[in-house]
Write a protein that binds this ligand. Structure first.
Ligand code: AHM
Ligand code: MG
Length: 328
């Protein structure tokens, strides 16, 4: 893994960080930087809205479901609007897919980038004041500019991501992302209105003693080797930690070492989590930090997506722990 060491001090703003790293970005330096800024701006807006939960009428169900059949919360829709608006304005992004939208959005411009976004992940936690996240992936457009976008612009392997990350709305709000050269975390400083570098060059421990799985699904896990692995975690007296908010669960395990599992179950025979909106971005970040993510058979980043909303089992975290699942 190429992991460019940062010479910038903790506390440097995201903007300065982006400027200082521009020479490392793949192409179209200015546009890519602006895209990251747009994501950060939308994150600030969503953070502001989330902080009002409980004070104004933005909690609870919107009375609709998304294409995966999940109930949409008011804040799911609000965050979706905020991110799409922020990404549409600059012209850097030509197409967007969102967990909250049925099909892809063609912005009909000459932008070079495609964004996949889960605007609020773990939204069932909003109403009880528990951490939620935003998860995003950035790809390069494949089709020629000046032509309509096609599905293959979006159905790219996770390996093709040029950047990915998440925003965690929690004790503090953090933006953690990778542009393919290591992982850096920025904490939102409310009074300055700036994300500042707080966790430089995050590395995931090779192993750990935290396992994160919804134990309620234990009896309906299809893959026997996963059942055995969970039993192994118990035999070893590992610590069980599960928030039910993916970015938060991954973030903890990224910092402390651990594994997150969402296997195929009788209810979700191909897994619950969305490859394009959740698993790919987090797999990219974890791999850049030295960890690993698989679907139990192959690396998440090597799965060829066949539909925008497809799901997959997900085993992600410290490399040795993920590898252990495959060993009977
Ligand atoms: P969502 O995208 O509808 O919010 O669902 C995804 C969430 C993840 O954040 C979390 O890890 C998982 O679903 C929890 O699922 P479960 O409640 O089945 O354990
Ligand atoms: Mg989600």
């Amino acid at each position: 893994m190429e992991n460019s060491r940062i010479d910038l001090p903790i506390g440097v703003t995201l903007d300065r960080f982006i400027k200082s790293k521009e020479s490392e970005y793949p192409t179209a330096v200015g546009a890519f930087s602006q895209l990251l800024r747009d994501i950060a701006l939308a994150a600030k807006v969503v953070n502001r809205e989330l902080n009002k939960a409980g004070l104004i009428d933005i909690m609870g169900s919107a009375g609709m479901s998304n294409s995966g059949g999940d109930e949409q919360k008011k804040l799911d829709l609000l965050a979706n609007t905020r991110f799409i608006r922020a990404l549409s304005k600059g012209g850097e992004v030509c197409g967007i897919i969102s967990e909250e939208s049925e099909s892809f959005i063609d912005l009909e411009n000459n932008g070079k980038y495609i964004v996949a976004i889960d605007p609020i992940d773990g939204s069932s936690n909003i109403d009880v004041n528990v951490s939620v996240g935003t998860i995003f992936s950035i790809y390069k457009r494949i089709s020629a500019i000046n032509s309509p976008l096609i599905e293959s612009d979006f159905l790219q392997k996770g390996r093709c991501q040029i950047a990915a990350g998440y925003i965690l709305y929690s004790t503090s709000t953090m933006l953690v992302f990778s542009t393919g050269k290591g992982v850096n975390g920025f904490t939102y400083e409310q009074t300055l209105g700036e994300f500042v570098l707080s966790n430089a060059n995050i590395l995931c421990n090779e192993t750990g003693n935290i396992y994160s799985v919804n134990e309620g699904i234990s009896n309906s896990i299809i893959d026997v080797k996963v059942k055995k692995y969970i039993q192994y975690c118990k035999d070893k007296e590992y610590t069980a930690r599960y928030i039910g908010s993916l970015a938060a669960d991954i973030h903890r395990n990224l910092l402390l070492g651990g594994i997150y599992l969402y296997p195929a179950t009788k209810k979700y025979p191909s897994g619950k989590l969305r490859l394009m909106f959740e698993s790919n971005a987090l797999a990219f970040v974890i791999e850049q930090a030295g960890g690993k993510a698989t679907n139990g058979e192959i690396n998440i980043l090597d799965i060829q997506p066949t539909s925008i909303h497809q799901t997959s089992p997900l085993y992600i975290g410290s490399k040795q722990m993920v590898d252990k699942i495959g060993i009977e």
